[in-house]
Structure formats: structure tokens, C-alpha cells
Write a new protein. Structure first.
Lengths: 186, 360
């Protein structure tokens, strides 16, 4: 969904109580937001509840949605805040360490056929991604799969844009190494 | 060495963060170090992969959410504090005048609705209450849907299924474009599938309907139970299928029949299902992730492969289109499948991006 399409859908929810648009919005974001919440809560049930809370909230306050400048980022910030609330309830702590996030990349659990690569290389790429440090993997996922800008990731995770850039560089260099290694085998 | 800078710039380019100057710098680095282009290309391909967008877990989660919205309506419990919406750090307060204004608007809407209903008659008004559900699959993907009446539909690539809600008690009608396998739960309301000028009516059975507009025919294959197929423009002639039978309706003829021109081919052909070596039914094998064709023309095969793999296939040569092909593919890539087909038919192919060109 591009920015214009998103704006249009949010407007439909905000102005017309449009429940078809609301559903579309939910289905579009659900997997991504559950996965982001899971990175913080490490609990499947909690992450589902967090996403449900955020969307219930959106429905209840839909007339104010148009006042949100960046709805895409707003969703991620809300998910982060409410996930932290869940952590507080469970462990009485309201902070999370970026070195302790759990991120799964959804787009890599795909048929290697689609890329026309060998399954051997596919395995290598997957293990390279899984071997990325937690913080690096989360940033990589947020940029690649969640379409967040560097600036937005920085804002969301309270980092500097330079740090995001550096982490992305690490992620790509390691991915590249896994591919290059494969190349030398043939 | 530019290496660190290379990865940084490549990341920026893929993420859409690179400035023009940075893109130029990246090009210059690749030019100076051609060996890097191999990794760059693979990573760019990898980057393009998107997670599948919709799944049944999300649908289920949405139902739960709707239940919560319903529950809060009846209980009127304000939801937990921690869920309060914040914009620029300030909680948004509900305004006091909102409730009366909404009530007033609601009454006006009711009145307006009533007037429209009076004018247009009952039928239209009930239709406007219904909500249409639309589920579609892109080429290269398949999806499994559980309908509100618990019937299961497996939707093949490049297909669309629509139905209106409420679904299940008095209404079990769906519209299909493309191909789907249905396992219909038995119930007193007939389950009706509308497709491209024909309808398939059942009570409780398992069967496959294939109706891609590009193929100009509708195929209904019955696994168990009983189905009834009729054409929209001649509802009096019905075809009843027994298990293990397949009905092929020719949709181009149907149109000529309407205009009164002479038919060249029979409208309907009844045949038995074809079996693969391991006793699976060819017509429904796609449900188990198998791509099959049984003595079909290359043109038909290309259409199937385009949807299956999400590629575009072009023919440079008309004669190749008529080659008859037979094959079953399960885990093969599109190039492996084409290579296997080259064993039985004389053709060459080239793949660039997602387009495959077939030459003699």
C-alpha cells in the first residue's frame, strides 16, 4: 500500500465510518504489527492483543484519525507503547533492550523458486539473516518489510539516523558475504 | 577500499533513501569493481520479495476484534486506559456535544434511509445493507478460505471469489472468476456458484470449478456428492453431474447461441475425471500444490504456468502454441519445468526478469 492509498483508506475510516476500509487497513497491517509487537513482548498472545487494542482504539477514535500526520509511523509507535504496557503488567518493567528483540523476517520464508536460486543458497541467505544481531535484524526488517524510512526507524527506536544507516550497512554486507561464499563454491 | 561505502549505498538505494549523487557513486563503484554486481543483483532480487499480504490468521484476528467492538457497544465499558489514543503526546478527549449530535445524525439517517426504502422498494434496501466480501489471489499464489457456513474454498492463482454477508443461513451464493476447489458443508440452503454466465448448484459436496475468462470455457469436476449446472440464459436446460464426472461448457458458443448464430462446437461436453499415476485426480491436483496438464496445447499450458509461477510467457512462434504437452510439476522452478518439457517438444526459451520468451 503506498502513501496515497493509505491516506485514502484512513480518510474513509475517519470520515465515513467505512468498515470495509477499516477491515482492509487491519488485514494489511495485522501480520506486520503482530510481528513487531512480538519482537518486544516475546509472547504470541500478547502481541495479538496489542494489535487488537490499537485497532479497537482506532475504531473508537476514528473521527480524529485525520489529525495524525504520519499514520504509518503512528501505528508502529502505538504498537511499541502498548507492547511496553504489556511488559509492565507482566514483569513490572517498562523498558526493552534493542539487544533483546526477537525478529522474524516474513518475506524470506518463501519458495526459493520465486527467486530462481538454488535451495542451498536460500538456506545460506536465511542463516545469514538469522545470524544478524537482534538490533540489526529488527532495523533491517523495519526498513525492508515494513517500509519505514531510515528517519522513521530512528524516531521509533530512539536512535540516530546514522546508527540506522550503519546497521543497514552491516545487514547488507553480511547478506552479500553469504551470497559471495556460495558463488566461490561453483 | 570502497567496500563499506558500497554496502551503505546499496542499502540506501534499495530502501529508497539514496540521493541522485549517491546513486551515481554506487554505479561508479560497481563499474570499478564488476565482481560486486553479482551480489548486488541477488540482494536486489531478495529485497523485492514481499511477505504474503493476507492470511486466514488475520481474518480470524479481525473477527475477534469485531467481537470486541460489539461487546463494548453492549456493555458500554470504556476500554483500558493504556489504550488511549495520543497525538503529539496529548490524549484526545471526547467532546461533550458529540453524543447528542451523533444521535441527531443517526435519526436523520434513519429517516433518509426509510424514505429511500419507500421509494425503491424492499429489495434494493436490503441489498444496500449487505456487505460484499471479496477475496482474490495474485498469480503465483493460492489461498484457503473458510466461509461463514464452514464450507472450505481453495482459491487457485489469479482468481476472485465474492460473496455478500450475511452468509450461511438464507444465502449461500458466491461469484467466482478463475478456479476454486469447494468442499461444501451440507445444509438445507443450496450453495450456488455464479460464474461467467453459468451457475453451479449443490447441497453438500466436494468439487472443482475452473472458469478463467481467458480460457473461454467453464469446467466443473465432481469428486463426491451431486451438483447441478445451468446456463444463465437457458435455465431450463440443467446438467446433473455424478461423482467422477467432468462437465466442460464452452462459453464462446454460449454467446453465439444468444445471437442466434450457428454453433460450431457443442456447448457442453461430459467426460470422466483423469487420474495421475499415483491415483490423484488431475483436475484437483493443484489443491495439493501440483501443476498438471494432460495432453493440452502449449498455449493452454502457458496460461496455467503464468498463473502458477506469476510470470509472463510470450510466443515468438505461432506453431509452437499448438504442441501437445503432458506433465506434472510439484516443486520444480519454472525453468526446471520448461527444461523438462523440452524433452517432449521442440522449443527454446529465454527468461529475463519475469518474462519468458518461447521460440521454435
Amino acid at each position: 500500500m503506498n502513501t496515497t492509498a493509505l491516506k485514502e483508506i484512513v480518510a474513509r475510516v475517519a470520515l465515513n465510518d467505512d468498515n470495509v476500509a477499516y477491515k482492509q487497513l487491519f488485514l494489511h497491517y495485522h501480520p506486520k504489527l503482530v510481528s513487531f509487537s512480538y519482537a518486544i513482548t516475546h509472547c504470541k498472545e500478547s502481541s495479538e492483543e496489542v494489535v487488537s487494542d490499537v485497532f479497537l482504539n482506532i475504531w473508537n477514535h476514528h473521527q480524529t484519525l485525520l489529525r495524525i500526520e504520519n499514520f504509518h509511523l503512528y501505528l508502529y509507535v502505538s504498537i511499541k507503547n502498548i507492547s511496553l504496557n504489556y511488559l509492565t503488567k507482566q514483569r513490572r518493567e517498562r523498558s526493552f533492550s534493542l539487544d533483546d528483540v526477537k525478529t522474524e523476517l516474513k518475506s524470506l520464508y518463501f519458495d526459493p523458486e520465486q527467486l530462481m536460486i538454488t535451495s542451498e543458497m536460500y538456506r545460506r541467505i536465511c542463516s545469514a539473516v538469522n545470524a544478524l544481531p537482534p538490533k540489526c535484524r529488527l532495523i533491517f526488517k523495519l526498513v525492508k518489510e515494513d517500509n519505514l524510512r531510515y528517519k522513521e526507524v530512528a524516531e521509533l527506536l530512539h536512535l540516530s539516523v546514522k546508527t540506522v544507516e550503519a546497521q543497514m550497512t552491516i545487514a547488507l554486507r553480511k547478506l552479500g558475504a553469504s551470497i559471495a561464499l556460495q558463488q566461490s563454491l561453483y | 577500499m570502497h567496500e563499506e561505502q558500497f554496502w551503505n549505498l546499496l542499502a540506501k538505494k534499495l530502501a529508497g533513501e539514496a540521493t541522485d549523487a549517491e546513486e551515481e557513486e554506487l554505479c561508479a563503484i560497481i563499474k570499478a569493481n564488476p565482481e560486486l554486481s553479482y551480489e548486488a543483483q541477488h540482494i536486489a532480487d531478495l529485497w523485492k520479495l514481499k511477505p504474503s499480504e493476507q492470511n486466514t490468521a488475520s481474518e480470524k484476528a479481525f473477527e475477534n476484534l469485531l467481537n470486541r467492538i460489539e461487546a463494548q457497544k453492549t456493555n458500554d465499558i470504556s476500554f483500558s486506559e493504556n489504550a488511549s489514543i495520543e497525538i503529539n503526546g496529548e490524549p484526545v478527549k471526547k467532546r461533550k456535544w458529540q453524543l447528542p449530535v451523533f444521535l441527531l445524525l443517526f435519526c436523520l439517517l434513519l429517516l433518509a434511509g426509510f424514505l429511500v426504502w419507500k421509494k425503491e422498494g424492499t429489495k434494493d434496501a436490503t441489498v444496500s445493507h449487505q456487505q460484499t466480501q471479496e477475496i482474490y489471489t495474485r498469480p503465483g499464489t493460492r489461498t484457503r478460505i473458510v466461509l461463514p457456513d464452514s464450507s472450505v474454498v481453495v482459491l487457485n492463482a489469479g482468481s476472485k471469489l465474492t460473496y455478500s454477508q450475511p452468509f450461511g443461513i438464507s444465502n449461500r451464493e458466491v461469484t467466482l472468476t478463475g478456479e476454486a476447489f469447494f468442499d461444501v458443508v451440507k445444509n438445507s440452503t443450496p450453495f450456488i456458484i455464479h460464474t461467467n454466465g453459468a451457475q453451479v448448484k449443490v447441497l453438500g459436496t466436494a468439487f472443482n470449478v475452473r472458469s478463467y475468462p481467458s480460457e473461454k470455457k467453464i469446467e466443473t469436476s465432481l469428486v463426491r456428492g451431486q451438483v447441478e449446472v445451468s446456463l444463465d440464459n437457458s435455465p431450463e436446460s440443467k446438467y446433473t453431474l455424478q461423482p467422477n464426472q467432468k462437465l466442460t461448457l464452452n462459453t464462446t458458443n454460449q454467446k453465439t447461441a444468444k445471437t442466434g448464430r450457428k454453433r460450431t462446437e457443442p456447448i457442453a461436453v461430459l467426460s470422466t475425471l483423469s487420474y495421475l499415476d499415483d491415483n490423484t485426480i488431475a483436475e484437483t491436483s493443484w489443491v495439493e500444490n501440483k501443476l498438471t496438464f494432460d495432453n493440452e496445447s502449449f498455449e493452454e499450458v502457458a496460461g496455467k504456468m503464468e498463473r502458477w509461477y506469476g510470470v509472463t510467457i510470450r510466443f515468438k512462434n505461432e506453431k509452437v502454441k499448438t504442441e501437445r504437452l503432458t506433465g506434472v510439476f510439484e516443486k520444480q522452478t519454472v525453468s526446471q519445468a520448461l527444461e523438462a518439457l523440452q524433452e517432449t517438444a521442440p522449443f527454446h526459451f529465454t527468461i529475463s526478469n519475469n518474462t519468458i520468451t518461447i521460440t521454435h
